[in-house]
Unconditional design. Structure first.
Length: 112
């Protein structure tokens, strides 16, 4: 029940978060209304344009963050592949060493 009461407050708080471009647009609209002796309604064209710019900038930041995350994940995948390849090479090296020890033991002359 409390979640239902908190949700409208959270939505209102989110809607009240104006970005810098929206705030600047609002100030421009307010100044234009004052200059023409008109009442400012709180929602003008510059404010809407600023809000759109803020959304576009946020989308660009989100896309850049997603690209950074993807690059990090790709780097981790490359490291994992390299670890697997190194483990395989170590196993192969151990097999070669074992075979060399067997061959060396076969040709060794017993001590008298």
């Amino acid at each position: 029940m409390k979640a239902i009461q908190i949700l409208p407050v959270a939505l209102l708080a989110l809607a009240a978060c104006d970005g810098p471009n929206e705030k600047a647009g609002s100030e421009q609209d307010r100044a234009a209304a004052a200059a023409s002796n008109a009442a400012y309604s709180g929602d003008g064209p510059n404010e809407r344009l600023g809000e759109a710019q803020d959304r576009a900038e946020k989308a660009a930041r989100d896309a850049a963050e997603a690209a950074r995350n993807a690059a990090r994940q790709q780097g981790k995948a490359i490291e994992r592949e390299a670890d697997v390849a190194a483990d395989r090479l170590e196993e192969q090296a151990e097999l070669v060493r074992g075979e060399a020890r067997k061959r060396a033991a076969a040709v060794a002359v017993p001590a008298q």
